[in-house]
Write a protein that binds this ligand. Structure first.
Ligand code: ADP
Ligand code: MG
Length: 698
């Protein structure tokens, strides 16, 4: 059903063809509906008039009624200027024009009353208004615009006169044209419960609010609406997945019980035990498991993954463990092989540097079922990797994988039954975000660390502290501890980073002549990486100078000191991950964040958060506030969180309200079949058709 909102702007008499085309190219706005949700980025409130005698120094704009004084033309060395004083009866301020002087001289009448609007600037130490807007008081009343919308444009758009004034006029015309044709899209119980403005009133008020109060109400409704439809869409997606995907029933506990009785290396924490029980329950039903296991770095997710794997394996199914880096794959393979040794399970490793011959053998054995468990990197996702019977897919450190990659794994269809999926992450997802994104996905949290772990002591240091820091390192190494010094990532092209790392390595060797120092970076051959890693692991090197290749998952419990160079260049989640490396024993961990003396404000906030808290959830909340939700959990590409007004970091209460309404709604009418709910379906369709990003999410 076509509606007026689908009317295209290039068919409209309101815009020239080239303007409409550019609006599409630059802003992805093609039709009336899309334009109406293109909201002002700011408003100028002209309902309040100022007194010139009561200006304070913080004030930046001026809105006064008064009388224009005589104009003087002043010739300057470079440019002439026109100056006039403007009086509100008590005080005056100078107005200055540099351009269009003749036109102003002709048009503006000294002695007449005007409404002045403009930015306050400083000129020759005087507060003045340069190029003010002057509207004759007589005509001002007719205009009746009190709160003025301001719209973003681009250079290209400005070239064809699509500026904020034109956009406002366009919005006004379209609002008039579609009046009475903007259907309500929210369920009526929800509108009534929260006394929401109608959708039509909301859109009008977002562009042309009568006053601040109406604007606030319109913004409130718009945010709720955004969060409602975001969550409704996700709830429907998740449920669709739920009911469609059939999976294996794994209920043979014999291997698991045997391992727990005879080989468990430590007692599980209560949270680990709970997580395991939840997974066991999921594996025992024929519906595909979609579980997120989140737990701070070092909380012990690996053993939970291993224990869970024993169920499918006991039933002759296979397990795949997907990890983001080679080093981590190697480590996981080693750990899992160690755990699995008593049962002689066949565990293989597949990465980009696996030789062709080995790879072929592995692929053959995966396909014929003689490999029980495979640990691998992206190499697992390539063509030609097929399993005899993949029962469980474990994805570690999922934030490293994009949504698209994840979806690919979810839906791989080389066998009739879907594998169960367990996603593990050490980047805890803040609560609001989790609520929104994963309304269908089960989440388990390991909130406590294994017993005896100490929080890291974290310090912000400058170059001037280096000598003292080295002294401290010497002392700790003498006590038997090991240390990591981390440098910013080496990119292919970043020669400077490489030099910096090598210089650092050389200077550490000079400063610690009697101590073994290793080096690890992404340009090294895989075999050299392994060699260095193993030396450090066995305690043959005391200091490891490395890039962020060690960021994820590397497990050397005796390494309890970490120095991060150029810490201002790291993201918050990354810093927290790094710090996690040194919290794996009962020795006190220390983390030193080295930065330049001068760093950006936002970098300073990150460092401050690191110094203040060691808790992953608090860190994730701060990260969400500093970066916005789109950058977390591998969602960069998805765009699904590009909300126009709502903010997942700040609007938690609205997320909850919308969520409650959706639960109520779907309880009553799970497939939105009631005729009352047709407008909601229509709107979901409209969103899918008019919000390109939405389609990319699956
Ligand atoms: P992460 O959750 O970061 O993947 P790991 O699974 O690598 O953490 O575990 C971190 C360290 O804690 C490992 O050395 C592991 O052997 C140890 N560990 C895990 N669970 C326990 C426990 N319940 N008691 C003692 N040590 C544990
Ligand atoms: Mg891990």
């Amino acid at each position: 059903m076509k509606s007026l909102l689908d009317k295209r702007l290039d068919n409209s008499h309101l815009l020239r063809r080239e303007q409409a085309e550019l609006l599409l190219a630059e802003m992805e706005i093609a039709n009336y509906g899309q334009l109406l949700v293109f909201l002002p980025y700011r408003y100028e409130d002209r309902s309040i008039f100022h007194n010139l005698s009561q200006l304070n120094s913080a004030q930046t704009t001026l809105h006064v009624q008064g009388t224009l004084g005589q104009m003087r033309l002043i010739r300057g060395a470079m440019k002439s200027r026109l100056v006039a004083s403007f009086s509100d009866g008590r005080k005056t301020i100078d107005l200055i024009w540099f351009n269009q002087i003749h036109w102003i001289q002709k048009k503006m009448l000294p002695g007449h009353r005007y409404v002045l609007y403009g930015k306050i600037s400083t000129f020759q130490d005087q507060r003045v208004v340069i190029h003010p807007e002057l509207t004759p008081l007589a005509t001002y009343q007719d205009k009746q615009i009190s709160i003025l919308p301001l719209y973003h444009t681009t250079k290209k758009l400005l070239k064809v006169q699509v500026n904020t004034v034109l956009l406002a006029r366009l919005q006004k015309n379209i609002l008039q044209e579609v009046a009475g044709h903007i259907p309500e899209n929210l369920p009526s119980f929800f509108v009534q419960q929260h006394q929401l403005l109608s959708r039509e009133v909301t859109l009008r008020a977002l562009h042309f609010p009568a006053d601040q109060r109406e604007l606030a109400r319109a913004q409130y409704r718009f945010k709720l609406e955004e969060l409602f439809f975001l969550q409704l869409r996700l709830a429907r997606l998740n449920r669709a997945n739920d009911s469609r995907e059939k999976s294996f029933i794994f209920s043979n506990h014999s291997l698991l019980l045997h391992f727990q009785k005879d080989y468990l290396p430590f007692q599980l924490t209560l949270d680990q035990e709970k997580a395991l029980q939840a997974i066991i329950a999921d594996l025992g039903t024929d519906r595909q498991m979609n579980r997120l296991l989140q737990g701070d770095v070092g909380s012990g997710k690996t053993i939970v993954a291993f224990l869970s794997s024993l169920l499918p394996i006991a039933d002759q199914a296979q397990v795949a463990v997907l990890v983001p880096t080679e080093i981590l794959a190697l480590q996981h393979a080693t750990t899992l092989q160690k755990y699995a040794a008593p049962f002689a399970l066949k565990i293989a490793l597949l990465t980009g540097s696996t030789t062709t011959k080995t790879r072929e053998e592995i692929l053959r054995k995966l396909a014929d079922g003689s490999i029980d468990m495979i640990v691998g990197t992206h190499a697992l996702l390539q063509e030609g990797v097929t399993f005899a019977r993949l029962g469980l897919l474990i994805i570690d450190e999922q934030h490293r994988f994009g949504v698209a990659q994840r979806a690919k794994l979810w839906h791989q269809s080389y066998q009739q039954l879907r594998p169960h999926v367990l996603v593990m992450t050490a980047t805890p997802i803040p609560r609001t975000l989790a609520m929104t994104l994963y309304s269908g996905l089960a989440i388990t949290t390991i909130a406590t660390l294994p017993p005896g772990r100490l929080p890291a002591k974290t310090y912000h240091c400058y170059d001037s502290h280096r000598l003292r820091l080295f002294g401290f390192l010497k002392k700790k190494i003498a006590e038997g501890r090991q240390a990591c010094m981390v440098y910013p990532l080496i990119e292919e092209s970043a020669k400077a980073d490489y030099k910096y790392l090598i210089d650092g390595y050389e200077s550490i060797k000079r400063a610690f002549p009697t101590i073994q120092v290793g080096i690890l970076h992404s340009r090294m051959k895989p075999s050299d990486k392994t060699w260095e890693m193993n030396r450090f692991f066995r305690g043959e090197t005391q200091i490891m100078v490395a890039t962020t290749v060690i960021e994820v998952g590397v497990n050397v419990p005796n390494a309890t000191i970490m120095v991060v160079e150029n810490a201002e260049r790291f993201g918050l989640a990354q810093l927290h991950q790094l710090r996690g490396r040194i919290k794996r024993s009962s020795h006190q961990p220390y983390c030193f964040l080295m930065t330049a003396e001068k760093i950006s404000q936002i970098a300073a906030k990150r460092i401050q958060a690191m110094v203040q808290t060691d808790d992953g959830f608090s860190i994730a909340e701060v990260d969400l506030k500093l970066r916005g939700p789109g950058n977390l959990v591998g969602l960069q590409q998805s765009g699904i969180l590009k909300l126009r007004l709502a903010n997942l970091a700040e609007d938690e209460h609205l997320v909850k309200k919308a969520r409650k309404a959706i639960r109520y709604l779907l309880n009553d009418d799970p497939y939105l079949e009631k005729s009352d709910h047709q407008p909601m379906l229509n709107y979901l369709k409209w969103l899918a058709a008019n919000t390109p990003e939405w389609e990319k999410v699956s």
